[in-house]
Design a protein around this ligand. Sequence first.
Ligand code: SF4
Length: 900
Amino acid sequence: MKITINGRTCQAREGTTVLAAARDNGIYIPSLCFHPKTGPAARCRACAVDIEGMRGGLQTACSTPVKEGMVIRTDSETVKAAQTMVVDLLLANGRHDCLACEKSGVCELQDAAYHLGIQRPELTFKETPPQVADESSAFIRIDREKCIRCGRCVSACNHNVVNEVLNFGSRGDDTRIIFDADLPMGESTCVQCGDCVQMCPVGALVEKKAVGKGRRWETRQVRTTCPYCGVGCQLDLHVKGDRIVRVTGVENAEPNQGHLCVKGRFGYDFIYAKDRLTTPLIREEGGFREASWDEALDLVARKFKEAILEHGPDSVAGVSCARSTNEASYNMQKLFRAVLGTNNIDHCARTCHAPTVAGLATSFGSGAMTNSFKELPKAKLIFCIGTNMTEAHPVASYYVKQAVRNGARLIVADPRRHALAQEAHLFAQIKVGSDVAFLNGLMQVLVTEGLVDQDYIDAHCENYPALRDKVLEYPPERASAISGVPAAMIREIARTLAAHKPGAVCYTLGITEHTCGTQNVMSIANLQMMLGNLGVEGGGVNPLRGQNNVQGACDMGALPGDFPGYQKVVNPAARAKFEQAWGVPALPATPGLMIPDMVTGLKSGKVKVLVVFGENLANSEPNIHHVEECLAAADFLVCHDIFPNETTRFAHVVLPGAAWGEDEGTYTNSERRVSRVRKIKDAPGDAKPDWWLYKELAKRMGSDWVSGSAQEIWDDEVSALAPALGGIKYARLDGDGLQWPCPTPGHPGTTFLHKEGAFTRGKGLFQAFDWAPPAEVADPEYPFVLSTGRRLYHYHTRTQTGRSGMNQLLPREVADLSAADAERLGLKDGELVRVTSRRGEVQVPCRITPEVPAGLVWMAFHFREGNANWLTNDAGDTTTKTAEFKACAVNVRKVVQEVG
Ligand code: SF4
């Protein structure tokens, strides 16, 4: 539509506001309380404008819809006077200290004052005593003297990230931003995601780490991808010299729309840690000594040659890194396959989502998340099972909570009543390891009550009768007896699922880390096919991947049975293709060892050389005593990492890698989105890019590879060899990246898979399963069930978060117990308990919490001391050998501390 602003004819988009139309046409109107993400508030009134013919005087541009033919003045004397009065009042009613303020240069109040020509406020108020800024939280400072009460932070906290901590307190002149019931920020329930900081238009809320580290005009912005979880949030690094001064979420970017969690926003210091590995190390009597790259790589190459000569190619094995880039994983698997001649290459998907890859590939033909994060806020129903999303994938949880606020139904099934369960319309507190029975029970109701999508099943799926007959053996009463979920609730959940479509299922490791993990995954696939919830926006089966690039490491073929792009090593045509591409006469045809077999192979002598890239197996694998015995028995162990860790203690050679921020490359997030990561500084000392190291090893083994940068590896090899990635080139990745499948140069990428029933494998495959209990269940000797997972403030074995200030927020491991068990054991919150299993024991303080039911102990594996993996069971999923981290039997006793 056409409008006139200040006498100039302008185009305006239908449905926008006067403020947006002016901005679209390059006309500045001061505005402070408005932000596109928090919406119009019309609170500050700095955006007053004159609109011809509108009654009631000046209008707020942020809240006035634009109309055809509107005549607007933003520059009249009346308008200027009104805007000046507002800005003048705000400047006078606070201490803005522009000279020293962190926001100087990007402050929206400063911009407004400059635009209006305000040198200093004309108004003066009675002097008030200075207020001390609230510095009580680890990462955020609030200086209320700079607060203009625009409410953007309150809106962001309540509506965007839906953490519901910030609010306005008091009234009139005393109105102030408060946390919970006016607690100091650090004592409130604030999780320090920092969305409030990003939304604050002035210097009231700032990153403590950034204070005094650099003015805004001194920093450059570098877009990259978060180095933590599989959501793959897009970050702007604000860099001065080689130092990250602050991190902000990239606005209007997929997948995170500017939102971040505490780790993404504040967890970056680890790259500057003093204990970074900076030079190759070789073990000698009495410890490690520094070595040159030539010496270290020659030694590794010699050990490869000796092992292969004496014991064959399958005596060497490698664990790739899901934290590093796609290009590094590609080069590592290429080294093992094309140069060393073995498929003994795996990575940490074995520890987490290997059942997803195997299960969804069987059911659908593609083992990845079917849909996209951006679809979640629009879903009619979200069913979260076995996912502690608010802690493990916080930005995804913002979308789920937004969906609930938008009217979606939320069903949560989990052994713990965690934060997301508080949001649920229906919460099923299932017993650990009962998922197959529970899901069969839901499907029994769908079948018996005629709620299945029969048309969809008939048109797009196969093997339905076998599944139908199996689930009929699980009426709700039987499913209830196994899962502990009341039969009436099982019926209600099934009916709710059928009544609100499309519905999305989200899950994580609560589903996969079981001896029946792959069956759990395929049961979810069964449920969604039965409901016809696939191939539609807002539906799908959505496994949220753990590490930043675990999807990419799978895609790159860091798996024992798959070349890049899931082309099978057992397929002669696939082998022929890669033999030609890599210029080798024959590639190994048998799938290689999985991580658990590599580890035990060190002790049995089957594996002579193991390369561990970016993994801390001694902390992250189940049954630490067993893992350490195996690592200690290694003939030759190579660790390629950025820090010394519990695993490098066993290494014979340690090779220093470049960290996140020290090389170019790509990560692939859970929703199959390939995004760029960028270099902001050199790696310290003599540390080298990860992809380089495998190229150098190949050279020492007689193979001279051509690709000499991450871009060349991707553009010339990965993209050329993996059909689903064929259209993805670096030149197309500058913005929000691309989601595979993206087979051709002009292809836009794929937001959701299996559209119109076109499953990757042809038809969706129903598979019928009986429930079986976990490998180890509670008994009189070990009467508790231990389940494990991650906590918000730490990541994996803390190699990164432990060096980024997160220890302030979570300084040690604890064991979560119910109040009923604590009372029975005579425990008070924080008292020390000894948790024992058949494999080990730990002593940790207990945390008494309503989240866990009686009989359950819940722990994480972030800290060496108190690590749950001293206790966990290494019994593996029958298909993928992923360990049953989620269920083992333990005992808990109070530690009686002796006095004197
Ligand atoms: Fe990083 Fe995940 Fe947090 Fe996003 S949700 S900022 S990807 S850790």
